[in-house]
Design a protein around this ligand. Structure first.
Ligand code: ATP
Ligand code: MG
Length: 439
């Protein structure tokens, strides 16, 4: 993209309404604009980041064997009456009437709808297990939308739903999703910790929130430093595979033997057992939540399949959510400095910015155009009629992993300066070496 012809409205001043770094930086770097309270438009570079996160989430769901589908945002009230949640959900649910006075709602989640879709077609235990997911906008009329996209009213979620014949099967699905989550967060460059969460009326230990450490997080957390060291992406002897039940068990045991809890579940006695040098405390942001809830919806909505003995069985279910749009804010909370955002390579809107320090200088223009032609969609070309200082500041603010600085002195001898945003390191290199260096 050429910056001169892009909707990237960067701001010099700090917007007064933003209380935390990610919200400030998302507004200042021109990623989003609020259109109503808690509702945001994603501008071009913000949307690129959102799509990059979505892609990683999707790849890991697919790798775990979940099937992608897309359910609508608008749902009929009748489905929610079947489960009893239409009245229970309260004011967070946005209720709508169409021209025929039919009651609809903007979905805050999709358990009822996916149960209905499965109920219409799955008739036998032979069709189970299945995990379905979609990445779709949700609406929750939060009392206090705040912190930008972190607690919005309209937000993007990946929500998956598992259907198993029995409890043992549901446990395998649950562990598969937990592994997929740990791999997803690691690829996003985040240290997420699975913390035991309230498991509701069903009990058991099958409910975990995934928490990213950040000083501005809403939850107080306690954990064993072991979580900082596990490599969930590793394959081979110590890696974990989703297609092997004993591997999943080993993984789950490793996750649950180390202590990790939010304030609500903090157990002082268990905490004392963690070796003091490994005890960590801090604040965290919830970026995902998985839980097993048995036959709550399948029973309430009359969804049964014929079991091996011919008798009807209500499938055992679980739900698995990731806050895709919240993650954009969480990644920024985990990676920024005074000057702006520091994107992990995997989700940066552009791999590099090309800064033309002297537009109109023949050598600068020629080198920039050639680099831009070569790097294509991976580069944002700052071709504006602006002072060098403005270009440096905006590139730091937007947080591209690499900056290619093209000034008249170096350009005359075919050289440019390459800056790594995360470390601030700079090197002068030959133009021809740039693509390989940033690849
Ligand atoms: P919270 O306690 O933060 O309100 P929740 O328990 O209501 O979250 P879930 O219903 O488990 O959230 O939704 C799954 C994920 O969706 C959460 O882990 C979070 O990352 C994200 N999420 C939930 N509410 C919002 C929101 N208002 N804005 C942005 N993301 C959200
Ligand atoms: Mg909530």
């Amino acid at each position: 993209m050429r910056l001169s012809h892009s909707l990237i409205p960067t701001l010099k001043e700090t917007p007064a309404e933003a209380q935390i770094a990610s919200h400030r930086l998302m507004l200042r770097a021109g990623l989003v604009r609020q259109t109503s309270a808690g509702i945001y438009a994603w501008l071009p570079i913000g949307y690129r980041v959102l799509r990059n996160i979505e892609r990683i989430v999707r790849e890991e769901q697919d790798a775990a064997g979940a099937q992608e589908c897309l359910m609508p945002t608008i749902q009929p009230a009748e489905l929610w009456r079947e489960s009893g949640r239409y009245d229970d959900y309260g004011k967070e649910m946005l209720r709508i009437r169409d021209r025929h006075e039919r009651e609809l709602l903007y979905g805050p989640t999709n358990e009822e709808m996916i149960t209905d879709l499965m109920r219409q077609s799955a008739k036998s235990y032979r069709e189970l297990p299945q995990i379905l997911y979609h990445i779709q906008w949700k609406f929750r009329d939060e009392v206090r939308p705040r912190f930008g996209v972190m607690r919005g009213r309209e937000f993007l979620m990946k929500d998956a739903y598992s259907f198993d014949l029995d409890y043992a099967g549901a446990v395998v699905s649950y562990r598969k999703m937990m592994l997929a989550y740990m791999r997803t967060f690691q690829r996003l460059g985040l240290k997420a910790i699975p913390m035991a969460a309230e498991s509701g009326p069903i009990g058991g230990n099958l409910s975990h929130e995934f928490i990213i450490l950040a000083p501005t997080g809403e939850s107080q957390v306690y954990y064993d430093s072991a979580f900082e060291e596990i490599d969930y992406l590793a394959r081979g002897a110590d890696g974990f595979r989703h297609d092997d039940a004993s591997d999943l068990e080993r993984f789950f045991t490793e996750m649950t033997t180390h202590y990790a809890a939010t304030d609500e579940k903090h157990d002082k006695a268990a905490w004392e057992k963690v070796a003091p040098p490994r005890r960590r405390e801090g604040r965290g942001i919830e970026v995902g939540h998985i839980f097993y809830f048995g036959t709550k919806y399948s029973a309430a909505m009359g969804f049964g399949v014929a079991g091996p003995d011919g008798k009807q069985v209500h499938p055992e279910m679980g739900s698995y959510g990731i806050g895709v749009s919240r993650l954009v804010g969480a990644v920024i909370e985990a990676g920024h400095d005074e000057a702006g955002i520091i994107w992990p390579d995997a989700i940066a809107p552009f791999r590099a910015a090309i800064l033309n320090l002297k537009r109109g200088d023949a050598a600068c223009d020629r080198i920039c155009e050639a680099l831009y032609a070569k790097l294509g969609a991976a580069a944002l070309y700052d071709d504006r009629e602006e002072r060098a200082g403005v270009k440096f500041a905006d590139a730091d603010l937007m947080g591209h992993p690499w900056q290619i600085v093209v000034g008249p002195r170096g350009a005359a001898s075919g050289r440019v300066e390459l800056k790594r945003r995360a470390t601030g390191e700079r090197h002068e290199i030959a133009v021809d070496d740039v693509p390989a260096r940033i690849a």
